[in-house]
Each structure stands twice: as C-alpha cells, then as structure tokens.
Design a binder for this molecule. Structure first.
Ligand code: UD1
Ligand code: UDP
Length: 368
C-alpha cells in the first residue's frame, strides 16, 4: 500500500474523509487504521456510514484509558500493522492521542510521516493536545499547515522549509462537500422543534473544562444566562466525557439548556448553520462556525485557531459566567461578512498530490 491513514476520533474521521476521497479520486492505494479511541456508535460508526467511507481495514479497539495506557496500546498495534503493510507514507490528522501514537510509531520506521493540520499552537502545555501537536510536528516529514500563520509558527520552531506545505484545512472540504446535502436531508430542526436563529448551539467536552467541577458549573451557568437573556433555548449535543462528568459531579443542568445526543454530521452542520450563536470549546466547531458565517464564543482561555478571532468570527470568553454572557452579547452583534481563512476546500486533493509528487527530505538525503 502507498499510504496508511491513522485515525481514531470523531474529528479525525470528519477531517480525513476528504483525504480518503482524494486517495480514491487520484487512484492511490491506501489503508485505514482505526485506533478505536472513539467507539460509541454516535462518535464513530455513524460518520463512516453517513460520509460513505470504507470500513477501516484495521480497528485496534483500544477504547478509553489513561493517556499512557491508551497511547501505548495504540503504539504497539500501529507499529505491527505498519510493519506488515509497509506503506511509503503514514498520514495523521490533528492533536489526539491517536495522532501521537501514529506519529511515534511511524517516525521509528522507514516511512514518511505526514501531519494534516500542522502548526497549530495554543501555547498551553497543560493541554494534552498541545503536547501531541508539538511532538507530531517535530516528527513529521510533511507538515500540512492550514494557514500561512500556522506555517510561520512551525518555521519559528526550526522546522525546515522543505517540509512545510500550506494547504488549507480539510474541514473546509468537509463543510463544502456536505453543507448543501445537510440542508436538503437533515430534519433535525423539526425533530427538536427549533426555529432558525432562535436557538444557540453549544458544545463543551474539553478535559480542562468538564473535568473540573467548578469550571464546568460556571460554564453551564454562563450558557443558561445567555439563553435566558436572548430568550432562546441552548441546544447542547453532549459528548460522553461531559455526560459522565455531569453524573459524577451530580450537577443539575439549568432548564434553558437542552441536552441532546451527539449528532451525526449532517444534522450537526444544519444546527450550526441555523444557530443564532455558537458557544463551544471544540477546535473543529470554532472553524466550522467561521466557515459557515455564524458568530462563535469560545469558552477557553486560549485558542490554537486565532485566525477565527482575527477575522472577527470568534472571541475568547474563558470559563467564567459573566465573561461568557458579555462575549455572547458582543458576538451576537457581529457583522458576519468575514472571509474564511482556512482555504478553498481543495486541501484533501492537494495533500495527496503533494505526497504523491514530492521528493521528500528523506529521499533527497539519499540522492548522491
Ligand atoms: C479526545 C481528544 C480531544 C478531542 C476529542 C474529540 C485526546 C487526548 N483527546 O477527547 O482532543 O477533542 O477526542 O471528541 O486524544 N467515551 C465514550 N465513548 C467513546 C469515547 C469516549 O463513552 O467512543 C468516554 C469515555 O468515558 C472516556 C471519555 O469519553 O473515558 C474520554 O474519551 P477520550 O478518548 O479519552 O477523550 P475525549 O474526551 O473523547
Ligand atoms: N460534531 C458532530 N456532532 C456533534 C458535535 C460535533 O458531528 O454532536 C462534529 C463537528 O461538526 C466537528 C467535529 O465534530 O466537525 C468536532 O469534533 P470535537 O468537538 O469532538 O473535537 P475537536 O474538534 O475539539 O477536537
């Protein structure tokens, strides 16, 4: 096989779908290795089915565990498969533990590593995702940066120029490939009895937010106050990590927040497109809000997607109730005419073209 694609979580499935499609359209042989980091139907199988992706060739089924155990099990499993399959290039996307394991396994074998969505930095080393990004970028042979700014960040860290490619983010491809279909097919507004622009959409799942009881409560209070102030419902498709924490902390969720199941991609895109405002701590949701022209409040102290703030699509609220309310009022008045900074929706095709065409640094080293 030429390319092995390692993925393991919801956002990786969504953002690698355009890369998988590009392998198909360019007739490139590929293998998909699923780590099994996400395994619940609504975080995993539903996307393979709806995005019409081929079943993964391998599923390591590692499931949930501490970072060390989870990453170690993936590392062992990925290495074994790569040794059998002998791909020329291994692609990983983003910043999860699946990415870290794929990066470490590949970099110790005689194969090239490509990092899709390279060069993102929150500059917060307390986030597991930040460590995963830094390690993966520094192990990679191809760094596919979504923007010129992300390319600059890795250049400043000393990554050689010939490894860096600015391709845009594959999330633009994903949104463009599905947005019209979502409008035609999705009945989620009717199902949830929602009127366009008369609800706010919420996601919150990040460990630093939901694993801290006080912080999670402040966030929920902030969301509820926004909903009350705008006289709308807040619709919150809840990630299992957050749902588990609600149970564990025995938090009672305010009435104006409607908890719903995690949504499939078409329904979620439709919810995003029709929301008056999006409140989130997700990386991908900050990008999609910006691409879809919907104002966003990010309930974090930092973001590795500063382009969304630069164009006026997003603001950082932190996790305090008052700040969340103030930020929501500010963004509610935003003029939504910004230009999407994440590329032209051809990132998947471009990535596969680069991998297929380029003489990589390793090959160049071997040329006498
Ligand atoms: C992971 C990523 C995070 C990413 C998110 C995308 C890391 C370190 N974190 O966080 O960067 O934003 O995925 O959604 O890689 N669980 C289920 N079903 C599942 C998966 C998880 O119920 O299919 C529950 C388990 O209780 C588990 C918890 O969610 O302990 C957390 O799962 P885990 O994969 O460790 O991290 P995420 O929070 O999903
Ligand atoms: N998403 C989805 N259904 C949901 C919530 C999110 O399909 O109920 C999609 C969303 O459109 C985006 C991706 O999941 O493409 C974001 O994933 P997540 O927030 O889990 O991870 P992050 O981007 O923060 O790593």
């Amino acid at each position: 096989t030429e390319i092995a694609i390692v993925l393991g979580t919801r956002p990786e499935i969504i953002k690698l779908a355009p890369v998988i499609r590009a392998c198909e359209s360019q007739d490139v042989q590929y293998t998909v290795i699923h780590t099994g980091q996400h395994y619940s139907e609504e975080l995993d199988a539903v996307f393979f089915e709806q995005l019409e992706l081929p079943e993964p060739d391998y599923n390591l089924g590692v499931g949930s565990n501490s970072h060390g155990v989870q990453t170690a099990e993936m590392l062992v499993g990925i290495e074994e498969i790569l040794q059998d399959e002998e791909p020329e290039t291994v692609l990983v996307q983003g910043d999860t533990n699946s990415v870290l394991a794929g990066a470490i396994a590949t970099s110790k074998l005689d194969m090239e590593l490509g990092h899709v969505e390279a060069g993102l930095r929150s500059f917060d080393r307390d986030m597991p995702e930040e460590i995963n990004r830094v390690v993966t970028d520094h192990a990679a042979d191809y760094l596919f940066a979504p923007t010129v700014d992300s390319a600059d960040l890795i250049r400043e860290e000393g990554i050689p120029e010939d490894r860096i490619y600015v391709t845009g983010n594959t999330v633009v491809d994903a949104v463009e490939q599905h947005r019209e279909f979502a409008q035609e097919k999705s009945a989620i507004l009717d199902e949830l009895e929602l009127v366009p622009s008369e609800f706010v959409l919420v996601t919150a799942h990040r460990a630093e937010n939901v694993d801290d009881e006080d912080r999670f409560e402040e966030i929920l209070d902030g969301i509820a106050r926004v909903a009350d102030r705008f006289d709308v419902d807040a619709v919150y498709p809840i990630h299992p990590r957050a749902e588990n924490r609600l149970d564990e902390f025995d938090i009672s969720v305010p009435d104006s927040i409607r908890l719903v199941e995690p949504q499939d991609y078409l329904d979620f895109l439709n919810l995003e497109s029709n929301a008056r405002l999006i409140l989130t701590d997700s990386g991908g949701v900050q990008e999609e809000a910006c691409i879809l022209g919907v104002p966003c409040v990010t309930m974090r102290d930092n973001t590795e997607r500063p382009e969304t703030i630069d164009v006026g699509a997003n603001t950082l609220a932190g996790a305090e109730t008052d700040e969340i309310v103030d930020s929501a009022i500010e963004m509610d008045g935003a003029v939504c005419d910004w230009t999407n900074p994440f590329g032209d929706g051809e990132a998947g095709e471009q990535i596969i073209t680069e991998v297929e065409q380029s003489e990589t640094p390793k090959e160049l080293e071997m040329t006498p």
